[in-house]
Ligand binder design. Structure first.
Ligand code: SF4
Length: 374
Protein backbone atom coordinates (compact mmCIF):
# COMPACT_ATOMS: atom_id res chain seq x y z
CA UNK A 1 0.00 0.00 0.00
CA UNK A 2 1.27 3.45 -0.96
CA UNK A 3 2.18 5.50 2.17
CA UNK A 4 2.93 8.79 0.42
CA UNK A 5 1.09 11.70 2.02
CA UNK A 6 1.19 15.46 1.56
CA UNK A 7 -0.28 16.31 4.98
CA UNK A 8 3.06 16.78 6.80
CA UNK A 9 4.12 19.41 4.26
CA UNK A 10 0.78 20.94 3.27
CA UNK A 11 -1.31 20.54 6.41
CA UNK A 12 -1.49 21.96 9.90
CA UNK A 13 -3.87 20.77 12.61
CA UNK A 14 -4.14 22.57 15.95
CA UNK A 15 -5.78 20.99 19.00
CA UNK A 16 -7.22 22.55 22.18
CA UNK A 17 -4.25 21.31 24.26
CA UNK A 18 -1.86 23.26 22.02
CA UNK A 19 -0.55 20.22 20.17
CA UNK A 20 0.21 20.76 16.49
CA UNK A 21 0.33 17.94 13.97
CA UNK A 22 0.08 17.39 10.22
CA UNK A 23 -3.63 16.56 10.21
CA UNK A 24 -6.57 15.76 12.48
CA UNK A 25 -6.17 11.98 11.90
CA UNK A 26 -2.55 11.83 13.07
CA UNK A 27 -2.32 9.99 16.38
CA UNK A 28 0.63 11.24 18.42
CA UNK A 29 1.14 7.83 20.08
CA UNK A 30 4.72 8.59 20.97
CA UNK A 31 3.86 12.10 22.22
CA UNK A 32 6.52 13.64 20.01
CA UNK A 33 4.71 16.48 18.27
CA UNK A 34 5.37 19.88 19.83
CA UNK A 35 2.82 21.62 22.04
CA UNK A 36 2.62 25.40 21.74
CA UNK A 37 5.75 25.73 19.52
CA UNK A 38 7.38 29.15 19.53
CA UNK A 39 6.46 29.74 15.90
CA UNK A 40 5.45 27.89 12.77
CA UNK A 41 9.02 27.48 11.53
CA UNK A 42 10.08 25.70 14.70
CA UNK A 43 7.17 23.27 14.18
CA UNK A 44 8.02 22.71 10.50
CA UNK A 45 11.66 22.02 11.37
CA UNK A 46 11.08 19.79 14.38
CA UNK A 47 12.55 16.25 14.19
CA UNK A 48 9.22 14.49 14.88
CA UNK A 49 7.66 16.00 11.76
CA UNK A 50 10.79 15.30 9.69
CA UNK A 51 10.58 11.69 10.82
CA UNK A 52 6.96 11.37 9.61
CA UNK A 53 7.97 12.78 6.22
CA UNK A 54 11.00 10.48 6.00
CA UNK A 55 8.94 7.37 6.84
CA UNK A 56 6.32 8.23 4.24
CA UNK A 57 8.92 8.96 1.56
CA UNK A 58 10.59 5.61 2.22
CA UNK A 59 7.21 3.84 2.19
CA UNK A 60 7.38 2.84 5.86
CA UNK A 61 4.31 3.07 8.03
CA UNK A 62 4.54 5.67 10.77
CA UNK A 63 2.58 4.60 13.91
CA UNK A 64 0.89 8.01 13.98
CA UNK A 65 -0.71 7.28 10.60
CA UNK A 66 -2.51 4.06 11.56
CA UNK A 67 -6.00 5.61 11.23
CA UNK A 68 -5.41 6.33 7.53
CA UNK A 69 -3.98 2.88 6.90
CA UNK A 70 -6.89 1.08 8.54
CA UNK A 71 -9.49 3.28 6.79
CA UNK A 72 -7.96 2.42 3.45
CA UNK A 73 -7.89 -1.28 4.34
CA UNK A 74 -11.66 -1.03 4.81
CA UNK A 75 -12.01 0.89 1.49
CA UNK A 76 -12.97 4.13 3.25
CA UNK A 77 -11.61 7.53 2.24
CA UNK A 78 -8.66 8.47 4.46
CA UNK A 79 -7.26 11.89 5.34
CA UNK A 80 -4.15 10.86 3.39
CA UNK A 81 -6.20 10.46 0.22
CA UNK A 82 -7.89 13.83 0.82
CA UNK A 83 -4.52 15.53 1.26
CA UNK A 84 -3.04 13.95 -1.83
CA UNK A 85 -5.50 15.93 -3.94
CA UNK A 86 -2.92 18.75 -3.48
CA UNK A 87 -0.48 16.78 -5.67
CA UNK A 88 1.83 17.53 -7.44
CA UNK A 89 3.68 18.79 -4.41
CA UNK A 90 4.29 22.49 -3.98
CA UNK A 91 5.52 23.94 -0.69
CA UNK A 92 3.42 25.77 1.89
CA UNK A 93 0.55 25.13 4.29
CA UNK A 94 -2.62 24.70 2.22
CA UNK A 95 -4.99 23.22 4.75
CA UNK A 96 -5.56 24.50 8.28
CA UNK A 97 -7.54 22.37 10.75
CA UNK A 98 -8.49 24.42 13.78
CA UNK A 99 -9.77 23.02 17.08
CA UNK A 100 -8.69 26.01 19.10
CA UNK A 101 -10.66 25.49 22.29
CA UNK A 102 -12.64 22.87 24.18
CA UNK A 103 -15.18 25.52 25.24
CA UNK A 104 -18.66 24.14 24.53
CA UNK A 105 -22.15 24.82 25.86
CA UNK A 106 -23.33 21.19 25.49
CA UNK A 107 -22.44 17.86 27.11
CA UNK A 108 -23.50 15.34 24.46
CA UNK A 109 -23.40 11.78 25.79
CA UNK A 110 -20.77 10.54 23.32
CA UNK A 111 -18.38 13.44 24.12
CA UNK A 112 -15.91 14.19 26.96
CA UNK A 113 -14.12 17.14 28.58
CA UNK A 114 -11.25 17.08 26.05
CA UNK A 115 -13.80 18.47 23.58
CA UNK A 116 -16.38 20.08 25.86
CA UNK A 117 -15.84 22.05 29.06
CA UNK A 118 -19.47 21.25 30.01
CA UNK A 119 -18.39 17.61 30.49
CA UNK A 120 -15.96 18.25 33.38
CA UNK A 121 -18.33 17.36 36.24
CA UNK A 122 -19.55 14.16 34.56
CA UNK A 123 -16.02 13.05 33.64
CA UNK A 124 -15.08 13.44 37.30
CA UNK A 125 -18.13 11.41 38.36
CA UNK A 126 -17.24 8.64 35.90
CA UNK A 127 -13.61 8.56 37.08
CA UNK A 128 -12.30 9.59 33.66
CA UNK A 129 -9.57 12.19 32.95
CA UNK A 130 -10.90 15.71 33.51
CA UNK A 131 -9.62 18.27 31.00
CA UNK A 132 -9.58 21.93 31.98
CA UNK A 133 -10.56 24.66 29.58
CA UNK A 134 -7.79 25.17 27.04
CA UNK A 135 -7.47 27.83 24.36
CA UNK A 136 -4.87 28.01 21.65
CA UNK A 137 -3.76 31.59 21.09
CA UNK A 138 -5.24 33.22 18.01
CA UNK A 139 -2.32 35.68 18.17
CA UNK A 140 0.06 32.79 17.36
CA UNK A 141 -1.75 32.18 14.08
CA UNK A 142 -1.83 35.87 13.25
CA UNK A 143 1.89 36.26 14.05
CA UNK A 144 2.62 33.38 11.65
CA UNK A 145 0.41 34.70 8.86
CA UNK A 146 3.43 35.24 6.58
CA UNK A 147 3.82 31.42 6.45
CA UNK A 148 0.12 30.90 5.78
CA UNK A 149 -0.19 32.70 2.46
CA UNK A 150 -0.93 29.52 0.46
CA UNK A 151 -4.07 28.53 2.34
CA UNK A 152 -6.76 26.92 0.19
CA UNK A 153 -8.99 25.30 2.80
CA UNK A 154 -9.75 25.83 6.48
CA UNK A 155 -11.71 23.58 8.78
CA UNK A 156 -13.04 25.04 12.05
CA UNK A 157 -14.08 22.63 14.78
CA UNK A 158 -14.37 22.75 18.52
CA UNK A 159 -15.38 22.62 21.27
CA UNK A 160 -18.06 24.79 19.77
CA UNK A 161 -16.43 27.20 17.29
CA UNK A 162 -19.45 29.54 17.30
CA UNK A 163 -18.69 30.26 21.00
CA UNK A 164 -15.13 31.29 20.23
CA UNK A 165 -15.07 35.12 20.14
CA UNK A 166 -11.41 35.22 19.06
CA UNK A 167 -12.29 33.95 15.58
CA UNK A 168 -13.25 37.54 14.77
CA UNK A 169 -9.59 38.54 15.24
CA UNK A 170 -8.50 35.75 12.90
CA UNK A 171 -11.11 36.60 10.24
CA UNK A 172 -10.14 40.28 10.34
CA UNK A 173 -6.40 39.56 10.12
CA UNK A 174 -6.84 37.13 7.20
CA UNK A 175 -9.58 39.18 5.48
CA UNK A 176 -7.68 39.71 2.19
CA UNK A 177 -7.08 35.92 1.87
CA UNK A 178 -10.64 34.79 2.58
CA UNK A 179 -11.95 35.08 -1.03
CA UNK A 180 -9.35 32.43 -2.01
CA UNK A 181 -10.21 30.00 0.77
CA UNK A 182 -12.97 27.40 1.16
CA UNK A 183 -14.21 26.98 4.72
CA UNK A 184 -15.78 24.04 6.49
CA UNK A 185 -17.14 24.62 9.94
CA UNK A 186 -18.82 22.18 12.30
CA UNK A 187 -21.23 23.57 14.87
CA UNK A 188 -23.86 22.23 17.27
CA UNK A 189 -26.16 24.95 15.91
CA UNK A 190 -27.37 26.28 19.27
CA UNK A 191 -25.67 29.65 19.18
CA UNK A 192 -24.86 32.32 16.59
CA UNK A 193 -21.62 34.33 16.93
CA UNK A 194 -21.28 38.08 16.39
CA UNK A 195 -18.83 37.31 13.56
CA UNK A 196 -21.29 35.15 11.59
CA UNK A 197 -21.54 37.57 8.62
CA UNK A 198 -17.76 37.48 8.16
CA UNK A 199 -18.20 33.95 6.80
CA UNK A 200 -19.75 35.39 3.63
CA UNK A 201 -16.27 36.65 2.66
CA UNK A 202 -14.91 33.14 2.05
CA UNK A 203 -14.83 31.69 -1.47
CA UNK A 204 -17.11 28.87 -0.41
CA UNK A 205 -18.54 27.78 2.94
CA UNK A 206 -20.04 24.57 4.24
CA UNK A 207 -21.61 24.76 7.71
CA UNK A 208 -22.10 21.26 9.13
CA UNK A 209 -24.76 21.38 11.81
CA UNK A 210 -24.60 18.33 14.04
CA UNK A 211 -27.65 16.93 15.78
CA UNK A 212 -28.31 13.57 17.36
CA UNK A 213 -32.05 13.23 17.11
CA UNK A 214 -35.38 14.98 17.25
CA UNK A 215 -37.72 15.91 20.10
CA UNK A 216 -36.92 14.53 23.59
CA UNK A 217 -34.13 12.24 22.41
CA UNK A 218 -32.27 15.31 21.07
CA UNK A 219 -32.45 17.00 24.45
CA UNK A 220 -31.52 13.79 26.29
CA UNK A 221 -28.38 13.13 24.23
CA UNK A 222 -27.24 16.77 24.25
CA UNK A 223 -27.36 17.22 28.02
CA UNK A 224 -30.76 18.88 28.49
CA UNK A 225 -29.82 22.54 28.08
CA UNK A 226 -31.68 23.19 24.81
CA UNK A 227 -34.91 21.72 23.49
CA UNK A 228 -35.18 20.48 19.93
CA UNK A 229 -37.44 23.49 19.26
CA UNK A 230 -34.61 25.85 20.37
CA UNK A 231 -32.24 24.08 17.99
CA UNK A 232 -34.70 24.17 15.09
CA UNK A 233 -35.41 27.89 15.60
CA UNK A 234 -31.69 28.64 15.53
CA UNK A 235 -31.17 26.51 12.43
CA UNK A 236 -33.95 28.40 10.63
CA UNK A 237 -32.41 31.74 11.67
CA UNK A 238 -29.05 30.65 10.23
CA UNK A 239 -30.68 29.58 6.96
CA UNK A 240 -32.43 32.93 6.63
CA UNK A 241 -29.21 34.84 7.30
CA UNK A 242 -27.54 33.13 4.34
CA UNK A 243 -30.47 32.75 1.94
CA UNK A 244 -28.93 35.34 -0.43
CA UNK A 245 -25.47 33.78 -0.25
CA UNK A 246 -25.57 30.73 -2.55
CA UNK A 247 -21.89 30.00 -1.83
CA UNK A 248 -22.81 29.14 1.76
CA UNK A 249 -24.34 25.69 2.23
CA UNK A 250 -25.63 23.80 5.24
CA UNK A 251 -25.14 20.15 6.01
CA UNK A 252 -27.32 18.64 8.75
CA UNK A 253 -25.25 15.82 10.27
CA UNK A 254 -26.88 13.05 12.28
CA UNK A 255 -24.57 11.31 14.74
CA UNK A 256 -25.92 7.77 14.91
CA UNK A 257 -25.44 5.96 18.22
CA UNK A 258 -27.26 3.48 20.41
CA UNK A 259 -29.43 6.22 22.03
CA UNK A 260 -31.04 7.23 18.73
CA UNK A 261 -31.51 3.84 17.04
CA UNK A 262 -35.28 4.49 16.87
CA UNK A 263 -34.95 8.10 15.78
CA UNK A 264 -33.20 7.87 12.42
CA UNK A 265 -36.38 8.09 10.27
CA UNK A 266 -37.64 11.19 12.09
CA UNK A 267 -34.25 12.88 11.86
CA UNK A 268 -34.05 12.15 8.12
CA UNK A 269 -37.59 13.47 7.53
CA UNK A 270 -36.73 16.59 9.52
CA UNK A 271 -33.65 17.27 7.35
CA UNK A 272 -35.40 16.56 4.02
CA UNK A 273 -38.10 19.17 4.70
CA UNK A 274 -35.33 21.80 4.58
CA UNK A 275 -33.91 20.28 1.41
CA UNK A 276 -37.34 20.73 -0.22
CA UNK A 277 -37.44 24.35 0.89
CA UNK A 278 -33.83 25.54 0.44
CA UNK A 279 -32.71 23.21 -2.40
CA UNK A 280 -29.04 23.85 -3.27
CA UNK A 281 -28.20 25.33 0.11
CA UNK A 282 -28.88 22.06 1.95
CA UNK A 283 -26.48 19.15 1.51
CA UNK A 284 -27.70 15.73 2.59
CA UNK A 285 -24.78 13.66 1.33
CA UNK A 286 -23.13 11.68 4.12
CA UNK A 287 -25.95 12.65 6.45
CA UNK A 288 -24.93 10.02 8.98
CA UNK A 289 -21.89 9.76 11.21
CA UNK A 290 -21.58 6.70 13.39
CA UNK A 291 -20.26 6.73 16.95
CA UNK A 292 -17.49 4.12 17.15
CA UNK A 293 -16.04 5.48 20.39
CA UNK A 294 -16.95 5.13 23.17
CA UNK A 295 -17.57 1.59 21.91
CA UNK A 296 -20.45 1.02 24.33
CA UNK A 297 -22.45 3.69 22.43
CA UNK A 298 -21.81 2.10 19.03
CA UNK A 299 -25.21 1.16 17.52
CA UNK A 300 -23.74 -2.14 16.29
CA UNK A 301 -23.95 -3.37 19.86
CA UNK A 302 -27.70 -4.02 19.76
CA UNK A 303 -28.98 -7.63 19.55
CA UNK A 304 -29.65 -9.20 16.16
CA UNK A 305 -33.47 -9.33 16.38
CA UNK A 306 -33.68 -5.65 17.24
CA UNK A 307 -31.24 -4.79 14.51
CA UNK A 308 -33.43 -6.48 11.87
CA UNK A 309 -36.47 -4.64 13.20
CA UNK A 310 -34.70 -1.28 12.87
CA UNK A 311 -33.42 -2.07 9.39
CA UNK A 312 -36.99 -2.92 8.31
CA UNK A 313 -38.12 0.49 9.62
CA UNK A 314 -35.44 2.21 7.54
CA UNK A 315 -35.97 0.40 4.25
CA UNK A 316 -38.70 2.74 2.88
CA UNK A 317 -36.52 5.84 3.38
CA UNK A 318 -35.16 7.65 0.36
CA UNK A 319 -31.64 7.89 1.76
CA UNK A 320 -28.67 7.71 -0.59
CA UNK A 321 -26.34 6.27 2.04
CA UNK A 322 -28.86 3.78 3.26
CA UNK A 323 -27.13 0.75 1.78
CA UNK A 324 -23.83 1.60 3.50
CA UNK A 325 -25.64 2.38 6.66
CA UNK A 326 -27.53 -0.93 6.68
CA UNK A 327 -24.38 -2.89 5.96
CA UNK A 328 -22.75 -1.27 8.98
CA UNK A 329 -25.79 -2.12 11.05
CA UNK A 330 -25.57 -5.78 10.08
CA UNK A 331 -21.85 -6.02 10.70
CA UNK A 332 -21.56 -8.51 13.56
CA UNK A 333 -18.26 -7.09 14.91
CA UNK A 334 -19.42 -6.28 18.41
CA UNK A 335 -22.81 -7.93 18.54
CA UNK A 336 -23.59 -9.99 21.64
CA UNK A 337 -20.80 -8.41 23.66
CA UNK A 338 -22.08 -8.68 27.22
CA UNK A 339 -19.19 -6.70 28.72
CA UNK A 340 -19.79 -3.72 26.43
CA UNK A 341 -23.50 -3.89 26.97
CA UNK A 342 -22.98 -3.81 30.75
CA UNK A 343 -20.76 -0.75 30.28
CA UNK A 344 -23.56 0.89 28.29
CA UNK A 345 -26.06 0.21 31.08
CA UNK A 346 -23.74 1.46 33.85
CA UNK A 347 -22.79 4.59 31.89
CA UNK A 348 -26.43 5.37 31.12
CA UNK A 349 -27.58 4.83 34.69
CA UNK A 350 -24.77 6.94 36.18
CA UNK A 351 -25.38 9.87 33.83
CA UNK A 352 -29.17 9.61 34.19
CA UNK A 353 -28.83 9.94 37.96
CA UNK A 354 -26.39 12.82 37.72
CA UNK A 355 -28.42 14.69 35.09
CA UNK A 356 -31.81 13.82 36.55
CA UNK A 357 -32.91 12.13 33.32
CA UNK A 358 -34.34 8.72 32.46
CA UNK A 359 -33.77 6.98 29.16
CA UNK A 360 -36.80 4.70 29.35
CA UNK A 361 -39.07 7.70 30.01
CA UNK A 362 -37.69 9.47 26.95
CA UNK A 363 -37.93 6.31 24.80
CA UNK A 364 -39.84 3.43 26.47
CA UNK A 365 -38.59 0.91 23.88
CA UNK A 366 -35.21 0.95 25.63
CA UNK A 367 -36.76 -1.17 28.38
CA UNK A 368 -36.76 -4.04 25.84
CA UNK A 369 -33.08 -3.47 25.21
CA UNK A 370 -32.27 -3.46 28.93
CA UNK A 371 -34.25 -6.69 29.37
CA UNK A 372 -32.52 -8.38 26.42
CA UNK A 373 -30.59 -11.56 27.17
CA UNK A 374 -27.46 -12.01 25.07
S1 SF4 B 1 -1.06 9.42 6.50
FE1 SF4 B 1 -2.95 10.20 7.45
S2 SF4 B 1 -2.46 10.45 9.63
FE2 SF4 B 1 -0.51 10.33 8.50
S3 SF4 B 1 0.01 12.45 8.11
FE3 SF4 B 1 -1.06 11.67 6.29
S4 SF4 B 1 -3.20 12.25 6.61
FE4 SF4 B 1 -2.18 12.43 8.59
Amino acid sequence: MNKFCLAPENGLAIFPNGRISPCCAYDDVEDEMPKHPKDLMSYLNNPALKNVIHKQQTQNQHPGCSKCISKEQFSKTSQRQLFNKYAPFSPGIKHLDLSLSNLCNLKCRMCNSFLSTSWQKDDQLLGRPVHKRRDFSMDWLIQNQAHLQNLETIEMKGGEPFMHGEYLKFLQAFESQLPNISLRITTNGTTIPVWINELKKFKQVRISVSFEGTDEIYQYIRGGKYSFQDFENNFKTLLKMFQDSPHVEFKPMFTFQIYNIWNFSLAWQWATQFKNQFQDQIVLERFTNIVFKPTYLNPQLIPHSLRLEIIRELEPLDHTNLINYISLMISPDIENNQKLFDEFKTFTKTLDQSRNENLTTVEPRFQRLFDAIF
